[in-house]
Design a protein around this ligand. Sequence first.
Ligand code: SF4
Ligand code: SF4
Length: 143
Amino acid sequence: MSGKQLPVHNTQSSRKCGSCTACCVTLEIPELSKGRNTECIHLKKRRGCGIYNERPSACRGFSCLWADRYLPSSLRPDRSGLMAYFVEHAELGPSILVTELRPGVISRSSQTKNKILSLSRQQNKPVIFVEHESEQASIAIPE
Ligand code: SF4
Ligand code: SF4
């Protein structure tokens, strides 16, 4: 897929992340020179962020669509295997990016995929599905 996408920051997160740490692995955090799909060096087992009070603004501002209650409780990213968030895409504009945390989750779970497509229609935003640890993506435009 060509075109860059940047997470849209939102500090209104209303669900507690609990033991999910998906974004601390999945996201690129330039302030930490952390690449995508690489566990952050500050992530501590069972304790979460080791620099919580000093974490960079990219971390402070991020919340996924599950944390913001756009998706049902059952779809917490570490449980569903999918992490979804709003992005500003260079070509598509405001979009929903869905990234696989485990291989094959998107193709295996039509129920989950349908929930995301339904959200896409409600929000009138295209969805970019990105395969596990890959640049391979497919795009669904709401009708
Ligand atoms: S992916 Fe969502 S639920 Fe998981 S830690 Fe990040 S913001 Fe919290
Ligand atoms: S600095 Fe903390 S919040 Fe940010 S990616 Fe690392 S562990 Fe996660």
